[in-house]
Design a protein around this ligand. Structure first.
Ligand SMILES: NC(=O)c1ccc[n+]([C@@H]2O[C@H](COP(=O)([O-])OP(=O)(O)OC[C@H]3O[C@@H](n4cnc5c(N)ncnc54)[C@H](O)[C@@H]3O)[C@@H](O)[C@H]2O)c1
Ligand SMILES: O=c1ccn([C@@H]2O[C@H](COP(=O)(O)OP(=O)(O)O[C@H]3O[C@H](CO)[C@@H](O)[C@H](O)[C@H]3O)[C@@H](O)[C@H]2O)c(=O)[nH]1
Length: 443
């Protein structure tokens, strides 16, 4: 099939590459010429494991092209996939300006029947507007479908090629047939539904996953008080098939380009219809507070943080990505700076992005080139992203190289038995403290 993908971000680029891998002819379009130049040169502008190799293979095979020429890409294609961003407006609502611009542009160049697919996450009712925005520009025939995307960053290629399900929301059986055909090699698990339900499935899924995370984080906070272990609790809960074991990892809260934005948008969608989504508001509030748990543990161990040397391992919102949108590390670092701490930080992949997006003018952070430079002489080390290099770090070495021996593990990556063999004062999330230390003069 001939496909145009509009937007070469995490969703558009990965989808385009994967549809090419399935044997389709794909043209990826972006309005940023520097991005397209990079892609033509065989380089992915984003870090996503396995993506670059797959992209080069399909480009070389002639199934994958990149262009800024929107009109030709649309005219050559049978299916047009919209994958542009829908960031938050200041009030939490989704900003639809990019969707509207693309829809109008599609309308202005349409040259015959096409299936227009919205993969971007958009509020319920948006695809009806997409129909209108295109219709205002053309009398050509077309159908619109909502096919929300469920890939996760860091495992985007794998998720796209092995989806749990494909949701096809459309009122046109003709479009549904085309989309069944397109997705047939990926899965039999297809949910065909109306457009509005498809749009809602995406928000409801993200809201539910965010709810699971905030729920387990609150359980973790109580575990700390009653001396239970949240990992044991999650394991025991997860074996109940009605609950399921995934998304029950306690930590410093969720970040990323989706959960924070999509929970806010759903609260706003409900609010616009005078429905107060109380549960989801609490999920968001709990998540915000959870980031503060790292600070609480630092205060508990070090007291006043003025002049203390704090090491940070991990800046990305999760491992496997260079995306720093809504990364918990930002709030935590900002608060540490406000309290006068001296910071040494390291992330194996996201460091440049993080620095450029959040702290390009900040001179007081020591951006280290090596994870061990962060540890040397720190009063405390905080692990905020569970990159493999941190997970595999030698605990004895951490203890030896640090000044204060305080390790705050925001992702519960180390085994308690292993930590207890060292002299580290270890604080994780919802698990027993090892070598608890309340002496503020410690470090
Ligand atoms: N990132 C994820 O993991 C993920 C997963 C599922 C769904 N989503 C949703 O998918 C959508 C895209 O997310 P993303 O993270 O890929 O976004 P992104 O910001 O990484 O990429 C969007 C791209 O669209 C391009 N663009 C904007 N306007 C354009 C236009 N008029 N013509 C051509 N290109 C244009 C931008 O230049 C950019 O390259 C969002 O709605 C998001 O909520 C994202
Ligand atoms: O048990 C868990 C699972 C995740 N997280 C955190 O939750 C955030 C999001 O993680 P994840 O869902 O793995 O990554 P995303 O790439 O943000 O993917 C989510 O958001 C995408 C965009 O909508 C959806 O497509 C995916 O299905 C959905 O999982 C990260 O900060 C994780 O650290 C936890 O704290 N505990």
């Amino acid at each position: 099939m001939k496909i145009a993908v509009i937007g070469t971000g995490y969703v558009g680029l990965v989808s385009g590459v994967c549809f090419a891998e399935l044997g389709n002819e794909v043209i990826c379009v972006d309005k940023l010429s520097e991005k397209i130049a990079m892609l033509i040169a065989g380089k992915t502008p984003i870090y996503e494991p396995g993506l670059q190799e797959l992209m080069i293979r399909n480009s070389n095979a002639g199934r994958l092209r990149f262009t800024t020429d929107f009109a030709s890409a649309i005219r050559e294609s049978e299916i047009v996939i919209i994958a542009v961003g829908t960031p938050s407006l200041p009030n939490g609502e989704a900003n639809l300006e990019f969707i509207q611009a693309v829809a109008s542009e599609i309308g202005s160049v349409l040259n015959g029947y096409k299936v227009i697919v919205t993969k971007s996450t958009v509020p319920v009712g948006t695809n009806d507007q997409v129909v209108n925005w295109i219709r205002e520009q053309t009398a050509q025939p077309f159908d619109v479908a909502s096919v929300p995307e469920f890939l996760r960053e860091g495992t985007a290629v794998r998720d796209t090629l092995n989806p749990d399900r494909i949701v096809i929301g459309t009122s046109s059986q003709r479009a549904a047939n085309v989309l069944y055909e397109l997705h047939r090699p990926l899965t039999d698990q297809v949910v065909q539904t109306d457009i509005r339900s498809a749009e809602m499935i995406k928000y409801a899924s993200n809201a539910f996953l965010a709810t699971k995370i905030s729920f387990i984080n609150e359980i973790a906070n109580i575990c700390e008080k009653v001396e239970a272990n949240v990992e044991e609790v999650a394991r025991g809960m997860g074996l109940d098939s009605r609950i399921g074991s995934s998304f029950l990892r306690a930590g410093i809260g969720y970040g990323g380009s989706c959960f924070p934005k999509d929970t806010q948008a759903l609260i706003q969608i409900a609010g616009n219809l005078s429905y107060d989504f109380k549960l989801l508001k609490s999920v968001v509030e709990v998540n915000k507070l959870q980031r503060g748990s790292v600070l609480d543990k630092l205060h508990e161990t070090l007291g006043n943080l003025q002049g203390r040397i704090i090491g940070i391992w991990g800046l990305a919102f999760k491992p496997g990505t260079d995306d720093v949108r809504e990364a918990p590390a930002f709030d935590i670092i900002q608060r540490l700076l406000d309290e006068g701490a001296e910071l040494k930080v390291y992330d194996p992949i996201a460091q440049d992005n993080f620095r450029q997006v959040y702290f390009s003018d900040e001179t007081s952070i020591n951006w280290c080139n090596d994870m061990w430079d962060v540890v040397d002489n720190s009063d405390a080390l905080c692990l905020l992203t569970e990159w493999d290099c941190f997970v595999k770090a030698d605990l004895e070495e951490i203890d030896l190289r640090m000044h204060g021996s305080i390790l705050i593990d925001g992702r519960n990556v180390y085994r308690l038995e292993d930590v207890s063999k060292t002299g580290l004062h270890y604080y994780s999330v919802g698990r027993p403290v090892i070598n608890g230390q309340l002496d503020h003069t410690l470090a």
